[in-house]
Write a protein that binds this ligand. Structure first.
Ligand SMILES: [Zn+2]
Length: 221
């Protein structure tokens, strides 16, 4: 074999390997869109303005973080039915802050099936102070029903895929979100508006960040 052929072969092998390392395969995602209409759009825009202090003409977000949750509701269909209405049905404390219903871009079932409720870059109300830049992943589970191995795998695959598309700087559990209070990331006009969260817990987040090759410390800059 001539030198040029060897050179080309080496280049070709490098090209194939590096392409495989860079390209993050999109996991299988089942589409289950929730209601999106002009009321949801208007309520999202006023949430952005009144809560986050961001006056925008669009509900598009630039994802910078992923927040992982558990639902406390133990079925996918019930969770989607909860997120589907445009306005919050109960929860007076949350209602006072905004009438926009809570939701998330993704829900993961206990068997690891990934459901998409909203486009990745469409605003969703799931984490006080951070919705404007955070993609939310809800997992079917609770303190009594900790998240499963299949959910860990699915979260890993989905977040790797999101990290290959967006400049994701943090992957946090909802229970960790208050670490961002007092940083430039935190955008909430009422300093007294926050709720204490325990989902999905340290054990799950540590394993997830290990799988993603991310640092455990989430001290925000
Ligand atoms: Zn949560």
């Amino acid at each position: 074999m001539g030198k040029r052929i060897v050179g080309f072969f080496v280049f070709f092998v490098w090209w194939v390997l590096s392409f495989q390392l860079r390209a993050q395969e999109r996991p299988t995602i089942v589409q289950r869109p929730i209601t999106w209409n002009s009321t949801r759009e208007d309520l999202s825009l006023s949430y952005l303005e009144q809560r986050h202090g961001i006056k925008s003409a669009s509900v598009e977000i630039v994802p910078k973080m992923v927040v992982v949750h558990w639902t406390d509701v133990l079925s996918v269909s019930k969770t989607i039915r909860t997120f589907d209405p445009v306005q919050l049905p109960g929860r007076p404390g949350l209602k006072k802050a905004s009438l926009l219903n809570v939701s998330a871009q993704f829900v993961i079932g206990r068997d690891g099936t990934i459901f998409q409720l909203l486009p990745e870059t469409t605003f969703a109300r799931h984490t006080i102070g951070l919705n404007y830049c955070a993609i939310g992943i809800e997992n079917i589970g609770s303190a009594r029903y900790p998240l499963t191995e299949a959910q860990l795998k699915a979260n890993t695959a989905l977040i790797k895929y999101l990290m290959s598309k967006y400049d994701i700087q943090y992957v946090i559990g909802h229970h960790e979100y208050q670490a961002f209070q007092g940083t430039e990331w935190w955008k909430e006009t009422d300093p007294g508006y926050f709720t204490k969260k325990s989902d999905p817990g340290n054990a799950f987040m540590e394993q997830l960040r290990l799988n993603l090759g991310m640092q455990q410390s989430i001290v925000a800059k």
